[in-house]
Design a protein. Sequence first.
Length: 244
Amino acid sequence: MMLEVRLRAAGCKVVAAASGEAALALLCAGRFALLITELHFDRMNGVALMAQARSLDPELELIVLTGGATLDSAIAAVEYGVHTYMRKPVAVGELEQRVAAALERHRSRAERATALLHLSVNLRRIAEPEAPTYRVAEARAPSQQIGLLGLDTRRRQASVAGRYVPLSRGEFDLLLCLAQHAGQVVSPEQLMREVFHYSCTRDEARSLVKTHVYRLRRKIEPEPLTPTLLISVRGAGYMLASGN
């Protein structure tokens, strides 16, 4: 409660969660810039929370604030890209400074991703052919069924277990591209080339694609917290599960 008061006084918008499960529910329901977590909870520990949080939003900033630091948890913090690893008690002003630095890094990344997205959209408007190049296969397969996922490429509609799912143009194009490579890992760079016809670095592609993936999962996954259709393959890209 005191930390919440301190951060609010520093101008932060704060949402508190009493458990790891509650924090995951919040992360699944909305977008956040920063997660500050303890390592020790009654059930889910902080390392498991960070792992799940990273799967939901790879760009989420993480700060560990704990009274039970261990070598294993420090190694896990590095693995999950934790911005700051702090031991309690934390001096007045120090946490606020670390939070401000983490939020600034998140803001800079978001601005860069937005600028790149606008650039890719403008380039697409100038150079895009009448239809994306990968749609050549649509004429041969106007409808596709991949597990619970159904795609009607003529109507540009998607369904999950027979339930219609409204998708934006970009979301449908992304899903269709993944469907063309169902069961295979597709890198962010390849998705940018095939869906948006834009070549960029891996970091740029990752930033641009992740927002679409996040929104797409919330629409097609029965449980977005534990995706089973659109799967992240750490360090490689994304894969649409081929189903049976």
